[in-house]
Write a protein that binds this ligand. Structure first.
Ligand code: GTP
Ligand code: MG
Length: 445
């Protein structure tokens, strides 16, 4: 528990109909008593009720407000929380907040309310992260994923995994520490099976990493092709505004340009790239090197070609495994015979033709890859890092077991795995092993 009380303006800066000033900590209610004048003192109010009144400073009324009290532990942070809804002017809101500070609160750091919620056990770490994801979500899909994470779906799966590991470690350590107790260690085949189950659970979670990245950042769609094919024109069309410079001079785009569009609830992180051609210009060469890097990290490629020109040389791209759509632009011009048998999509950026069909095709590809997702439980980069370390530790434990090393070696690796899994949800693990160990083994006899 914290012994200081923090205050912050919880609504975004700027003018609004209402702004919220929030206090959290042991002194929250006492501070509210000092600054608020209403029918009842905040300290006399029932939890989760609101009251109309005034915020005053030296008997001067600063604003008329609604104030609510949320008593520990049934509050967002798990501490006493007071929320003051004031009139949303920039100055008046700042005054109310300052008065809270004068009355004994300290300025809250960014994220401190959620940090306190986590440290007071109201949320696990995945849920705290979901709060940020929820606020930042730009599409329905990202929102759904964040909501499910906030509800604790990911946290539950990781907790289950962690409990399985704790049981395994506890069993092994009981065997090591108390040989005279004749504990049947679950070693040999049964132990291996349990460890294998844990490894496959970790692998299942790791497999959601790509999905998680797509939920949070969007599908990386890279437009590439020969110079002058109309790549920048296509980016502008899909965005709906002229973001990139378009010109008839080949080699116009030199840097990669990235923008996010929301295509029916799916976020697309669209990248326009420098056109590919042989060039002696060092800046253009750097641009093409950037194109190559974008291609390597893409989820979906849009290969754009000029329908009125012959097929460019080296036409097939070497981006193995990344789904790709071939798009022929400039369909308003007469098509070059070389494209005759091609089943590529035809569009015209200038005549605005075929673009709805292209959007359809992009969504279809995304559907094929299952990126719009059945279950929205998906890990983020931090979780992936922890889980990879956990898997490595499990692999080492497996190897130690296979080599018939002393159980101490296996235990050390399993503890490493447990620690890494605990990091996902923000758990210290020592006590839990002891609890589990003592629960299965009567030490006091
Ligand atoms: N006729 C016709 N011209 C187009 C179409 N789309 C783009 N253009 C023209 O093609 C030229 C090149 O367009 P850009 O969008 O700059 O091409 P780019 O692929 O980005 O070119 P670089 O950045 O140089 O690689 C411009 O003059 C555009 O106006 C189209 O659908 N039809
Ligand atoms: Mg361009």
């Amino acid at each position: 528990m914290f012994n200081d009380t923090v205050a912050a303006i919880s609504t975004p800066p700027g003018e609004g109909a209402i702004a919220l000033v929030r206090l959290s900590g042991p002194e929250a209610v006492a501070i509210a008593d000092r600054i608020f004048r209403g029918k009842q003192k905040p300290s006399g109010m029932a939890s989760h009720f609101q009251q109309f009144g005034e915020v005053v400073e030296d008997d001067r009324v600063i604003d008329q407000v609604m104030l609510s009290v949320h008593r520990a532990p049934a509050s967002y942070t798990g501490e006493d929380v007071v929320e003051i809804s004031c009139h949303g002017g920039v100055l008046v809101t700042a005054r109310v907040w300052e008065i809270c500070l004068h009355a004994g609160a300290r300025t809250a750091r960014p994220g401190e309310f959620t940090e306190r919620a986590f440290l007071n056990g109201k949320l696990d770490l995945t849920q705290a992260e979901a709060v940020i994801d929820l606020i930042r979500a730009q599409t329905d899909l990202a929102l759904r994923s964040a909501t499910e994470q906030l509800e604790g779906r990911l946290g539950e799966r990781v907790s289950q995994l962690r409990e399985d590991l704790i049981a395994l470690v506890a069993n092994l350590e009981a065997y090591i520490d108390f040989p005279e107790e004749d504990i049947e260690p679950d070693v040999g085949e049964a132990f291996r099976v349990r460890l294998e189950k844990i490894r496959s659970q970790i692998n299942e979670l790791l497999a959601t990493a790509n999905q998680g990245r797509i939920f949070r950042e969007g599908v990386r769609v890279v437009i590439y092709g020969a110079t002058n094919a109309g790549k920048s024109s296509l980016l502008n069309r899909l965005l709906g505004f002229p973001r990139a410079i378009v010109s008839e001079i080949p080699g116009t785009t030199r840097d990669t340009i990235e923008e996010v569009v929301n295509l029916r609830g799916v976020a697309l992180r669209l990248t326009d790239t420098a056109g590919l051609r042989a060039s002696a210009d060092t800046i253009e060469q750097e641009g093409m090197a950037r194109t190559e890097r974008s291609l390597a990290n893409a989820d979906l490629l849009l290969h754009l070609a000029d329908a009125s020109a012959p097929r460019p040389e080296k036409f097939t791209a070497e981006n193995a495994g990344i789904p790709e759509l071939l798009v022929l632009n400039k369909s308003d011009l007469s098509e070059h015979p070389e494209w005759k048998s091609s089943d590529a999509l035809r569009v015209s950026c200038t005549a605005e033709d075929g673009l709805a069909g292209l959007e359809e095709a992009i969504l279809e590809k995304i559907g094929e890859q299952n990126w719009e997702g059945g279950s929205a439980v998906a890990i983020n980069a931090r979780h992936r890092d922890c889980l990879r370390r956990a898997l490595e530790s499990c692999d080492r434990a497996s190897a130690a077991l296979a080599e018939n090393l002393a159980p101490e070696f296996v235990a050390v690796d399993l503890r490493g795995a447990l620690h890494a899994v605990g990091e996902v949800i923000g758990h210290a693990d020592m006590e839990d092993i002891l609890d589990s160990l003592f629960a299965t083994f009567c030490i006091g006899k």
